[in-house]
Design a protein around this ligand. Structure first.
Ligand SMILES: NC(=O)c1ccc[n+]([C@@H]2O[C@H](COP(=O)([O-])OP(=O)(O)OC[C@H]3O[C@@H](n4cnc5c(N)ncnc54)[C@H](OP(=O)(O)O)[C@@H]3O)[C@@H](O)[C@H]2O)c1
Length: 286
């Protein structure tokens, strides 16, 4: 499938996850025939299940992942088996089936020491176990599927799972004031917007390569929390800025996780718009 357009048979793995919650209906609305399989029906760590599950599809979108970033520090081998071995199993299976693979990845493949947006071809240098396992998954897809597509996203929120925006709104009803980290910069991104981007990639015939599926602009967690409060009619001055050091966590986070959208633009695919627009739409739909 390189011509673009037309209904495709699309397998979505990790179907119980937050991104899949919005991706599956978006693909169906675009006219594609979707098989959505959660872990009980397709465990990506099982090579035979991958072969059987992928057969009969044109495209596989792999949203299955070990996403517990802090737990991955203590359980890197298990995270690796999902994020790297799972991706490799699917890469081999799409090769057998003559299908295409879209692998979801993350800004955590970078160490966050940059000061300008990371280009898609910037060398990876993860600073956490989760980042290492996701970088290994990218490498497996690119090594085993020359026409593989890697879509890195970041700071996701959506109605289909727990996320920072939902946590802030819950805490707003539990506490008068909140302290939120103001020294990590990223791109808060709606799962609805990533889903729409994935549909656009399919429409464009899935050009091979690495693309950044994050919203435009940048914010700190503190900025995202304030925007969430403002757009929800809450007083943003209830939130105080804090440092990463004041909230010690097992996994190191990239201080700067802003990704460039140049590879999308070069392929003629519209990147996701400003993060505030996605947040506004998400909160309006709650
Ligand atoms: N959330 C973010 O902020 C974020 C940021 C950057 C990149 N990403 C990437 O975006 C993608 C989607 O993330 P998400 O937020 O939708 O994550 P999620 O809500 O944690 O969903 C991941 C899904 O994968 C499933 N899974 C775990 N192990 C599996 C296995 N062995 N076989 C099959 N399925 C398995 C999980 O099933 P269970 O429900 O059974 O655990 C879960 O439903 C992932 O590749 C993630 O790395 C996410």
């Amino acid at each position: 499938m390189t011509d673009g357009g037309g209904a495709l048979r699309v397998l979505v793995t990790g179907a119980s996850g937050m991104l899949a919650h919005d991706l599956v209906p978006a693909l169906r609305a675009a006219g594609h025939a979707v098989t959505a399989l959660g872990r009980p029906d397709l465990d990506v760590t099982d090579a035979a299940e991958c072969l059987a599950g992928v057969a009969g599809h044109d495209v596989v979108v792999n949203t299955a992942a070990w996403t517990a970033v802090d737990d991955a520090e203590r359980h890197e081998a298990q995270a690796f088996s999902v994020n790297a071995v799972g991706a490799a199993n699917l890469a081999r299976a799409v090769g057998r089936a003559g299908a295409r693979l879209v692998q979801l990845s993350t800004d955590y493949v970078f160490d966050g020491t940059a000061t300008t947006p990371y280009a898609a071809d910037h060398p990876v240098a993860p600073c956490s176990a989760y980042g290492r396992t996701k970088a290994a998954g990218e490498w497996a897809v690119r090594a085993l599927c020359p026409d593989g597509v890697v879509v890195r996203t970041a700071w996701l929120y959506g109605s289909g799972g727990s996320n920072f925006v939902a946590t802030m709104l819950r805490r707003a009803s539990e506490r008068d004031t909140l302290s939120v980290v103001d020294d990590q910069v990223g791109q808060p991104t709606s799962t609805v917007e990533v889903s729409a981007l994935l549909v656009r990639l399919l429409d464009a015939g899935l050009p091979a390569g690495i693309f950044h599926g994050t919203a435009a602009g940048a914010a700190t967690w503190y900025g995202l929390a304030r925007a969430t409060f403002e757009l929800s009619g809450l007083d943003p001055d209830r939130i105080a800025p804090a440092t990463t050091a004041s909230f010690p966590r097992p996994a190191r986070r990239p201080a700067y996780g802003v990704l460039s959208h140049d590879s999308l633009t070069a392929a003629g695919i519209e990147p996701i718009g400003d993060w505030r627009d996605g947040l506004r739409a998400h909160l309006a739909g709650r």
